[in-house]
Design a protein around this ligand. Sequence first.
Ligand SMILES: NC(=O)c1ccc[n+]([C@@H]2O[C@H](COP(=O)([O-])OP(=O)(O)OC[C@H]3O[C@@H](n4cnc5c(N)ncnc54)[C@H](O)[C@@H]3O)[C@@H](O)[C@H]2O)c1
Ligand SMILES: O=P(O)(O)OC[C@H](O)CO
Length: 401
Amino acid sequence: MGDTATTHHTKSANNGANDNQIGFKSRVSVIGSGSWGSVAAKLVAFNTLNLSSFHDEVKMWVFEETLQSGEKLTDAINRTNENVKYLPGIKLGKNVIADPDLDNAVEDANMLVFVTPHQFIDNICKSLVGKVRSDAEAISLIKGMEVKIEGPCLISTYISEQLGINCSVLMGANLANEIAEEKFSEATVGYRNNREIAEQWVQLFTTPYFMVTPVQDVEGVELCGTLKNVVAIAAGFVDGLDMGNNTKAAIIRFGLREMREFCKLLFSSVKDDTFFESCGVADVITTCFGGRNRKVAEAFARNGGKRLALKHLVHKLNPDIRQIVTLLFLIHRSFDELEAEMLQGQKLQGVTTVREVYEVLRHRGLLELFPLFATVHEICSGCLPPSAIVIYSEKKNIFPV
Ligand SMILES: NC(=O)c1ccc[n+]([C@@H]2O[C@H](COP(=O)([O-])OP(=O)(O)OC[C@H]3O[C@@H](n4cnc5c(N)ncnc54)[C@H](O)[C@@H]3O)[C@@H](O)[C@H]2O)c1
Ligand SMILES: O=P(O)(O)OC[C@H](O)CO
């Protein structure tokens, strides 16, 4: 299980004495400013203001966009101290400074918090090569993975390889809007081998309403955060089909089992205890009840249900298969469309992740051992109807025999 957290030295309590002993103040930058990115900046900014070992200011890189009012998002954040688009109504802390210039945002920072949707990390890392301090430490809050020709690559590994710096992870049952309102939750920091660095991250993120536990299992922690989004989509299908709580509980259990098998397939070092941390079972539960992946998957299933009904109707009226396909194409609302319509710029991770997971399993000839993951992908890509999520068959074997 996780270890205990570190002690804090407050600025007021130490009167700066701690700075003199250490002789160095850490400078933190947050790379990303979506809903979780903004909450991460708020958590960190609370601590940098109060802890003597940090500079007060926290720079937050913003992927610039123009709001409907015509104002730049960065200007609006700096004017109101709120992320008016991705986290409206929440003050981030006066010491959070939004910056649309990536190079400028990371300049001088020795603690880099990466928190963008995973599909953008490739470009971000490429443009940061040679721009970050060589002694910088990174942490990834990103739930997703990169799939390269050589195979799957964790985002933390990708950041490390691209930028030549160590990268830890922070994952957990963390719905951004709830933490923004300072409702209690906990998280897990996954670290490789440097306990001292892990404690610095714990110190930087811990607040009275956010409890952080370090665990020496970076792969297990990160893969839990990544794979739970696939289970969330399955849970959304169950909700969309009004199948009830018992079915959802079954899906959660199957999902957790496949998560564990997939983690161990990729990294035999992954610890069983990690699944009992916030990054494991707790994140699966919260995401299957309150997450965006669940929400959009529910809409997809409801829409898919209508689509199937129409398919039968159209089939009776007109047997011409091409017309049916055309009609289906027009009627069907894809995950991309639903995401754009329902999330106003926020991004889903689960649909991309399950495609990536499917590729890994297909490449290794292991699809049959992961029926839930395989079925979620086949439903997302339109090969199966949402109801297939609980269809028992010898081939699929979703329910245990
Ligand atoms: N929101 C949550 O509750 C939550 C909680 C824990 C972890 N996470 C994870 O945090 C990561 C970031 O998610 P989020 O919720 O902060 O973001 P979000 O989905 O709320 O917002 C999308 C972000 O992507 C940015 N963006 C759009 N196009 C871009 C581009 N081309 N390049 C770079 N950035 C671009 C937008 O400006 C915005 O900041 C994800 O991996 C997510 O799974 C989210
Ligand atoms: O809203 P989701 O589905 O991206 O999930 C948010 C968090 O990852 C839950 O911990």
